[in-house]
Write a protein of this length. Structure first.
Lengths: 135, 135, 135, 135
């Protein structure tokens, strides 16, 4: 309740940073969203200023993301938005970032085609295997 | 302004109905969304009632959709919502339907992996070719 | 998770139907949303087709809604969307409706001003009182 | 197209900063959103970390906002999200902020009642008057 949901349509700006954690697989990347608007005075479509977000994925979504997505690819990202305001570091710099805890992610089919392959989850064997491999 | 945007996470319930029209490629399909909620009394996750939507895609999105998506596949669908209330037919039946004019569609990476291939658009040659082929 | 959230900006189309139920206060009304879009050919803003929704409010939101909102007033409605498809009635008519289970509702300040008065909730005394009065 | 729309439910954290500009009335304020989630381990509802946003309103919405809303009041805010990343200032501090260009704003009727009064717009006379008064 009162979660702030948001859907972003944009491009992957950094490599997927994938990690095994004690809470299971986790992945993150920076995501660039550039709005397009119709400039009525010039009668043309124009790019607005790009916004950057940090997107987090967990568990199976993190595993499949790491196995499917590369820098520059176009995605639809749906999830919960939060704005983190970290305390100043030693030099007094504040760090504010807009982060998405992703609920679902998919390649944007406006920009290309995708061959999908279902991953069967039998109590997350993939994750268990990967944890074992890492451990 | 005042568009009603919505994001659906669910499954494709019918085959993609793809057509060439005078306005370019168009595709539609029925889409099933089943909410999951945590039942605090029983302490388990439970399925809610499924909602069905008609999703429309146009132009390049329609072409790539038809080339990428099959019945039963999990998708993220983002677009504009409208509720159509068609006049009664000869037997007095009203037809109300919830429709999405899709802005972006992608396979839900919670459920599997996807191999993405970018389609380069050089003034929509694909569409021109297809129109020519149909004509 | 996987709830379909939506935000509607539009006008109240029917009186608020307020009821006391065994689960507490409940209110519903029909809500009309008319998209506006810029017609590039004619160079003017135009109204699109109106969509109608049934909005449900519960508990304190239902009570305050009934005490604050009249037919024709402009609202922002945020909540969970579902599409109900009721079985055919005796004459074979199917009834499909788009419903919003409201999370938050407020008067749209684009259209006027609002004087807000906070209602203090001490274990929902207002509802208890009203139930007592009804009982 | 590809605008990032978002709906926030929270509280006004600062006074409304209202200004007349050459482009018409403009108002801004800081807005605090605190998610609530159900902690299954402790079996209680808990507050998450608060996110802060800068909300901008223009034209009639700015005028009515300034005449209706005070610090601490609960609002529903719907609009376009962008993340601004300003260049470092003289001391090397980067400033990142999450901003909402509001489409609609209303008092959250979960928290109280509101008496709404429609403002008739006849070519924005209110704004013209105010501009004249300021000029």
């Amino acid at each position: 309740m009162y979660d702030t949901q948001v859907t972003l349509v944009g491009h992957v700006a950094t490599q997927i940073d994938y990690k095994e954690t004690v809470n299971g697989p986790s992945a993150r990347f920076r995501f660039a969203v550039t709005p397009r608007y119709f400039d009525r005075r010039k009668d043309v479509w124009t790019d607005g200023t790009t916004s950057f977000y940090t997107v987090w994925a967990r568990r199976t979504l993190a595993v499949n993301l790491a196995g499917s997505v590369s820098v520059g690819e176009p995605l639809v990202v749906h999830g919960r938005l939060r704005v983190r305001d970290d305390p100043p570091d030693g030099e007094g710099n504040r760090r504010v970032s807009a982060e998405i805890d992703a609920t679902a992610i998919g390649h944007d089919l406006n920009r290309g085609t995708a061959a999908f392959r279902r991953v069967v989850r039998t109590d997350h064997p993939l994750m268990d295997t990967q944890k074992a491999a890492v451990g």
